[in-house]
Design a protein around this ligand. Structure first.
Ligand SMILES: Nc1ncnc2c1ncn2[C@@H]1O[C@H](COP(=O)(O)OP(=O)(O)O)[C@@H](O)[C@H]1O
Ligand SMILES: [Mg+2]
Length: 379
């Protein structure tokens, strides 16, 4: 449906040029909800704007629905790419009614529709986003969530082939944001429209997408289904960025024929699943999600396990469904997330268990090393 190949975008800046997008490639299938996820400044918006035709790439190719819209000598203008867009500042037109907001893109379209046809199309589109019956309201009389859906209706009314969404939820308050995740996904599936979504929020990306591309500094680190990038990160950067894992740096001590590996860390040796390109003696990190860490006061049962460390509870944060514990192990602090009915007081001595199947051992990369350093500095 969309195909992006070796896309590069350099910006001229005062002291030379800045590579915002550094040769990325990805494809979207028909009807797919695909997300570009990455930290601020990694090139998500630039990629989206290049696809939209609002930015002229330096090189690469972009096709939409089998048609080249960008290549060496091809540059199809934005208004002929048949796409709908919603940005972070989704501003609906305040001086217009709901009807007029959605009808406007049709009245300026090249293809002239009759008044009756416009009325019908606007009505159908408003039904799709659950705003049927509100045609005559002024847009400013809508709630935040309704205004958000109105901006989606406006993007959909010309029946584009592709929907582009750039952080459309990030201006909303937490509660509404959570609800809009579900609503946007429901609307997208109802319409069946191919969607490219951009966010820096990993929860949004994981919960809404068919597939996620994790971006870092202008390139793509991994493309996969949400479960895949969460459980089987391809790089240390992905492990760190997705789902706030505990990370331990170290050196690979051994790699077994069954794929398991041992890494020597500040805590001592940790045994886990070895992933992708490990080398004995090479720098690596062990990563484990907060919810996979186990805590117990039963020393005898812990003694039968791998990766057992003595820890002390230093802080607990009750979240409702779960409790997050900060646990000091020797020189380090780790975080564990347990069901909301477990309860350990501060100062409790516990055995901390990292089950082998939940430890992912990945070769260290510079980006992840940088982040780990920043995390340490924050502590
Ligand atoms: N018009 C521009 N001129 C110069 N640099 C830009 C311009 N737009 C974006 N950049 C730079 O390109 C990089 C990627 O920006 P952007 O695509 O907006 O990232 P994201 O959307 O992931 O936060 C950033 O370093 C940003 O400062
Ligand atoms: Mg952006």
């Amino acid at each position: 449906m969309i195909s992006v190949s070796n896309l590069v975008k350099e910006f001229e800046v005062d002291d030379g040029s800045k590579v915002a997008v550094d040769g990325i490639s990805f494809d979207l299938a028909e009807g797919e909800f695909f997300t570009l996820l990455g930290p601020s400044g990694c090139g998500k918006t630039t990629t989206l704007r290049s696809i939209a035709g609002l930015e002229k790439p330096t090189s690469g190719t972009i096709s939409i629905d089998g048609r080249k819209v960008f290549e060496d000598r091809v540059l199809v203008p934005a208004n002929r790419r048949e796409l709908g867009m919603v940005f972070q500042s989704y501003a609906v037109w305040p001086h217009m009614s709901v009807f007029d907001n959605v009808a406007f893109p049709l009245t300026v379209a090249k293809e002239r529709l009759t008044k009756t046809a416009i009325r019908k199309r606007v009505h159908e589109t408003l039904e799709l986003v659950d705003l049927g019956g509100l045609e005559d309201r002024m847009s400013t009389q809508l709630s935040g969530g309704q205004q958000q859906r109105l901006s989606v209706a406006r993007a959909l009314v010309r029946q584009p082939k592709l929907l582009l969404l750039d952080e459309p939820l990030s201006n909303l308050d937490a509660k509404l944001r959570e609800r809009m995740r579900t609503e946007l996904r429901v609307i997208q599936q109802r319409v069946g429209i191919t969607t490219l979504f951009v966010t820096h929020d990993q929860l949004e990306a994981l919960s809404m997408s068919d597939r996620v591309a994790v971006m870092n500094d202008g390139h793509i680190e991994q493309v996969g289904e949400p479960q895949e990038v969460y459980h089987d990160p391809a790089t240390a950067f992905v492990a760190h960025f997705i789902g706030g894992a505990n990370m331990f740096e170290g050196v690979v001590e051994s790699i077994e024929s069954d794929g398991s590996a041992v890494i020597n860390t500040e805590l001592g040796p940790i045994l886990g699943r070895g992933l992708h390109g490990l080398q004995v003696g090479g720098k690596a990190v062990a990563a484990i999600h907060l919810e996979d860490v186990q805590l117990t006061t039963d020393a005898a049962s812990a003694a039968t396990r791998n990766n057992v460390f003595d820890g002390t509870i230093t802080l607990s944060l009750f979240n409702g469904p779960s409790i997050n514990y900060i646990v000091r192990i020797g020189p380090l602090e780790i975080e564990a997330q347990l069901g909301g009915y477990d309860a350990y007081e501060n100062g409790t001595q516990v055995k901390v268990v990292f089950p082998k199947r939940f430890i992912r051992i990945l070769s260290e990369d510079n980006a992840a090393a940088e982040i780990a350093k920043e995390d340490k500095a924050d502590q």
